[in-house]
Design a protein around this ligand. Structure first.
Ligand SMILES: [Cu+2]
Length: 139
């Protein structure tokens, strides 16, 4: 093999490797496949009340998904749920609560507070692609 040929082969291999890794890690559709169900087992309830009767809860987006992944709220009282995205490692860069028609972008490390008055039932909140999920339990 001449050295010229091996240079050509080496650069062809490099280009192929770059293209492959771009395909594997590039698409936002791939980003939360691996994280899909993690965080679900760690369901904890988080609830507190402000003096004016509004209930507040805080959720973080970590590499495990939404933490806690389950929130308990009281039906009929205004709720303020603050979501802070702490990681770039998942695709949960926005939060969607379909039942309450809420869709908000989650800038990194910036608390975003959504307000709604929950009614009784169980509702999900999720990333924009409905892959990383959490649960609202309203009693
Ligand atoms: Cu997603």
């Amino acid at each position: 093999m001449t050295s010229r040929k091996s240079i050509i082969i080496t650069s062809a291999l490099l280009i192929a490797a770059v293209a492959l890794s771009a395909a594997a890690f590039g698409g936002p559709r791939n980003c939360c496949m691996a994280k899909k169900s993690s965080g679900q087992e760690r369901a904890q309830a988080a609830r507190s009340f402000e003096q004016d009767g509004a209930q507040t809860a805080a959720v973080e987006v970590t590499d495990k998904g939404f933490e806690p992944s389950s929130l308990k709220l009281k039906a009929g009282a205004p709720a303020k749920v603050t979501i802070t995205r702490k990681t770039d490692a998942t695709c949960a860069k926005e939060v969607v609560i379909k039942e309450y028609k809420i869709e908000r972008k989650l800038p990194l490390n910036e608390p975003v507070t959504v307000e709604f008055t929950p009614h009784k039932g169980e509702f999900s909140f999720a990333c924009g692609m409905d892959m990383i999920k959490g649960k609202l339990i309203v009693e």
